[in-house]
Design a protein around this ligand. Structure first.
Ligand SMILES: Cc1cc2nc3c(=O)[nH]c(=O)nc-3n(C[C@H](O)[C@H](O)[C@H](O)COP(=O)(O)OP(=O)(O)OC[C@H]3O[C@@H](n4cnc5c(N)ncnc54)[C@H](O)[C@@H]3O)c2cc1C
Length: 500
């Protein structure tokens, strides 16, 4: 499509919308970006409180400067800076084994520092088996050897190796769940607990639904790129850097401007209408508001019936809800800025509590320490902790009460692991599904966007183009692979390349 004189309206400034707006503006299009909020960034937003830079959610970025954000930043000549750490994660597995994850699964330090833990895990597994089966000493030794090979670290490596063998495997693996795939590799509880937790960390759905191909892509790239990290200045700096480049190149950013209608005539998009009653004409409209909301705004009658029923059938991920803690001094000292507590529960049922409305005794915690990544995230000498747990998405009274109970349990678990936190809490605040929904304007507070379940990834993922001429989608609901925000930026690269 010729770009000269063509006008683009982008609806939404999430990671997808801000990326595509900056990319197209830098390539000579005339772009207006509208967002309903009076802040930019969508769910990838952060705010300042008492000198702390607080993530509105709880974010870490699996590929940092080497991933999709790095690509966008270089293409738009942005000023985004990344902070990384090695080891990047510290894991407490089943309440007793501690393990560090390094940027590379083959980092020699991983072997050395995790050797003892792996041996402990293997010993306990063998002992458990021996108890169950009453094995002879000789057989016990064999089981020990096999179990050692099946340690969490070894299983993670095996998964990463398989994922890097041949990209066409991913298409095949998109058709089966990660749970099914993993049970073909190992039946050991601890590796499965580790992967059940990590896969939900990446995609916020249980591995019994998650596409194995999608997980493998995310997982292998995280450890292949080796730059997992956070942007300097908080998660808002990602859309922030892109929007600074966008405005520098002449793009128009309008915050507090909600689109109510996408105008379609004769099968072609013509522009948008805002809540203030303003009509903005456009040759191309790119919506970052999510595929379902986009359909509503353009009117179902503008699309073929089978597209409408396909979109209505698409499912969202679960939610992440959080408690943030501003601590009056640095009281937790762990080897890595990212901390996960992986519960000692049946890995196949680790997240059943979300649907059941129950609260598990042992709950998976996703707990980055932003001030350990980026010292500027907290005032000098102080510490910021964000503790996230997985939760349901529908915003209703019952679920909001469920979220509160889950956050109570998350806090109990956190304080049982790090009791020193309790006496140093300067302030704390919770954000849950209602907060996420208030950001996006949807009735649901899903974490990612569309879920990466079997049937919704790879060739089954919604395309960024729609049946309406010149109406495009961008963000986690369209086109790309990856984890949350990075998937959204990948989608923007896809759209910009198709339009340019
Ligand atoms: C608690 C939490 C933790 C998370 N952790 C991570 C993590 O660790 N790593 C990671 O990569 N991702 C994480 N995510 C997910 C990530 O934030 C999202 O997947 C990502 O922000 C989605 O990007 P997007 O571009 O699709 O759109 P969104 O971020 O959903 O933004 C959509 C934008 O569209 C705007 N909009 C909607 N409707 C209209 C309208 N009618 N008019 C104008 N504007 C409109 C909204 O205001 C919003 O700004 C997390 C999310 C949450 C909530």
């Amino acid at each position: 499509m010729a770009r000269d004189g063509k006008k683009v309206v982008v609806i939404g400034s999430g990671p997808g919308g801000s990326s595509v707006a900056a990319l197209l503006q830098s390539r000579g299009w005339s772009v207006t970006l509208l967002d309903r909020n009076d802040f930019y960034g969508g769910k990838c937003w952060s705010f300042t409180r008492d000198g702390y830079v607080v993530d509105s959610g709880v974010h870490m970025f699996s590929m940092g400067a080497s991933g999709q954000f790095g690509d966008v930043n270089r293409m738009v000549r942005g000023d985004l800076e990344w902070m990384t750490a090695n080891p990047s994660e510290h894991l407490l597995v089943a309440g007793k084994y501690r393990l560090n994850l390094y940027q590379s699964l083959f980092d020699p330090r991983a072997v050395l520092t995790n050797l003892r833990t792996n041996a402990l895990i293997a010993r306990d597994l063998a002992a458990e088996k021996a108890k169950r089966g009453g094995l002879s000493k000789e057989l016990d030794r064999e089981v020990y050897r096999a179990a050692k090979k099946n340690s969490l670290l070894e299983t993670l490596r095996a998964v990463a190796r398989i994922a890097t063998l041949n990209p066409s495997y991913l298409a095949e693996l998109d058709e089966i769940t990660l749970q099914e795939f993993l049970h073909r590799i190992t039946d050991e509880t601890i590796p499965l607990q580790g992967l059940s937790a990590l896969s939900t960390l990446f995609t916020v759905i249980p591995y019994s639904e998650l596409s194995a191909g999608e997980f493998m892509w995310c997982f292998a790239n995280t450890f292949r790129k080796r730059t997992l990290g956070v942007p300097r200045g908080g998660s808002r700096e990602i859309p922030g850097a892109f929007l600074r480049a966008f405005q520098r190149d002449g793009g128009e950013l309008r915050l507090g401007c909600e689109v109510t209608r996408i105008v379609v005539r004769d099968g072609k998009v013509r522009g948008v209408e805002t809540t203030a009653g303003e009509e903005i004409e456009a040759d191309v409209v790119i919506s970052n508001a999510g595929i379902k909301r986009t359909l509503e705004m353009a009117g179902e009658e503008s699309f073929p019936a089978d597209y409408v029923s396909y979109v209505k059938g698409l499912k969202y991920s679960h939610a992440y809800i959080t408690t943030k803690y501003g601590l009056d001094r640095r009281v937790v000292d762990i080897p890595a800025p990212g901390f996960f507590s992986i519960p000692a529960v049946d890995p196949d049922h680790m997240f059943d509590y979300v649907e059941e409305g129950t609260v598990p005794d042992d709950i998976f915690l996703f707990t980055p320490f932003p001030s350990e990544w980026d010292p500027y995230a907290a005032p000098p000498g102080k510490q910021l902790i964000i503790c996230g747990v997985v939760a349901p998405i529908e915003v209703n009274e019952e679920n909001v009460a469920h979220c509160e109970r889950l956050l109570d349990r998350g806090e109990e678990r956190l304080l049982s692991i790090f009791p020193q936190i309790a006496d140093h809490i300067e302030w704390k605040m919770r954000t849950h599904i209602a907060h996420t929904a208030a950001i996006t304007g949807k009735p649901t507070g899903e974490c990612i966007g569309l879920s990466q379940r079997v049937g919704q990834t790879g060739v089954h993922k919604p395309r960024p183009w729609t049946p309406v001429k010149d109406l495009w989608l961008v963000g986690t609901d369209a086109g790309a692979r990856g984890i949350g925000t990075e998937q959204a930026a990948g989608s923007a690269l896809y759209v910009a390349n198709l339009l340019a």
